[in-house]
Design a protein around this ligand. Structure first.
Ligand code: F6R
Length: 368
């Protein structure tokens, strides 16, 4: 049933090109307009939405953090991301023109369920992004976008995460279409970029040897840091979470720009630091993170750099380079996360851990 793999997790990592392709399937009508039939909220109502709040836990909340960048950029609707377990304890400002997006692979997470119940009591519209047909969260929501990742058995989420990002991007583009903030050809060009992602993810998966070797080199490490900026920041958080839950290593993700406000004090000789470098583009993002990379390297960090394959500028500062295909900034998380998943999976395997059933964890957390 593991299809020749040692763990469901590894199998599910390799299923990501298909999971992403399946999540993108059938999202057009004959005129090339984006259609999301499962979004049973009228266009009229969607035009009135003045705030989006994404609620989720763990990895799903990091998908939400990625989505926030895209949704605000495309729709110009303010979008917050909140941990489900915090949401209803802070008296959130929610009303009939708020769209609450609940992201949950299992659709059964108690914290997320309680949060959407609270949101509905305040008359918010609730849309679930879920991987499990007919689960409680989509049943209690006004609308749902299903991710079509197929069953995720490993406790650690992998294909669930990538498809959550894709589903949220579809939602963002759909809202932009309905509200006229982004027009036909722009939406079509983003959809074309998304359609190319399964192949891009597959090409990342073809070259996992450096990552496997890295796991062997880092097997004795006690602390690992991850840095990213913009959508690379949630990727850093996700890389760190995977390492905590699977390899039981103290790992932290930081927004690269925050380094100088404290965390840089942690850097010492030999400390492993992963850095997600944004694609080179018109903005200054790439250069900013490059300078963060230089700062940690100058203080002795051993750097693992995830960057575009032909990004020569990072080479002098990379102890290990993990090359990524060229994509636009917003889509890079779909690629950059994959080596981090594999790294955690391999490191935990080398340490003799049960990768599919890490200690103290359950696949769906049905208690608050
Ligand atoms: C981490 C992980 C968890 C889940 C979280 C939410 O690998 O799997 O952090 O993402 O418990 O679960 P769902 O998405 O089922 O609500």
């Amino acid at each position: 049933e593991k299809g020749g793999f040692d763990w469901f997790m590894r199998k599910e990592i390799y299923e990501q090109p298909k999971a992403v392709a399946d999540t993108l399937l059938g999202r057009h009508d004959e005129n090339g307009r984006l259609t999301l039939d499962e979004v049973r909220i009228s266009e009229e109502e969607l035009r009135r939405i003045d705030k989006i709040i994404i609620i989720a836990c763990g990895t799903a909340s990091y998908a939400g953090l990625v989505a926030k960048y895209a949704i605000e950029h495309w729709t110009r609707i303010p979008c917050e991301v909140e941990l489900a377990s915090e949401f209803r304890y802070r008296d959130p400002i929610v009303g009939p023109t708020t769209l609450v997006v609940a992201i949950s692979q299992s659709g059964e997470t108690a914290d997320t369920l309680m949060a959407i119940r609270h949101a509905r009591e305040q008359r918010a519209r609730v849309l679930a992004v879920c991987n499990t047909n007919g689960a409680t969260i989509p049943r209690e929501s006004d609308a749902v976008i299903y991710t079509h990742a197929g069953p995720e058995i490993s406790v650690a989420s992998t294909k669930g995460f990538l498809t959550q990002i894709v589903a949220c991007y579809l939602l963002g583009l759909y809202l932009a279409q309905v509200r006229g903030t982004k027009f036909g050809d722009e939406i079509a060009s983003t959809m074309a970029e998304l359609a190319a992602m399964p192949d891009a993810i597959a090409s990342v998966l073809e070259d996992m040897d450096p990552v496997l070797k890295l796991a062997a080199d880092f097997a004795e490490e006690r602390v690992v840091l991850f840095l990213g900026r913009h959508v690379g920041y949630p990727v850093a958080l996700e890389g760190a979470l995977k390492l905590k839950e699977l390899a039981y290593i103290h790992a932290e993700g930081f927004a690269a720009g925050e380094l100088k406000h404290g965390p840089i004090a942690l850097i010492e000789d030999g400390l492993p630091v992963f850095v997600v470098i944004p694609p080179r583009g018109r903005d200054m993002l790439h250069d900013k993170v490059l300078s963060n990379l230089q700062e940690v390297r100058a203080r002795g960090a051993r750097t693992v750099v995830l960057a575009e394959a032909d990004d020569d500028e990072v080479l002098p500062y990379a102890d290990v380079l993990v090359p990524l295909p060229k994509v636009s900034t917003l889509l890079q998380p779909l690629l950059a996360t994959v080596p981090l998943q594999m790294f955690a999976c391999e490191l935990a395997t080398l340490k003799g851990h049960d990768v599919d059933q890490p200690r103290n964890l359950a696949k769906s957390v049905t208690v608050e």
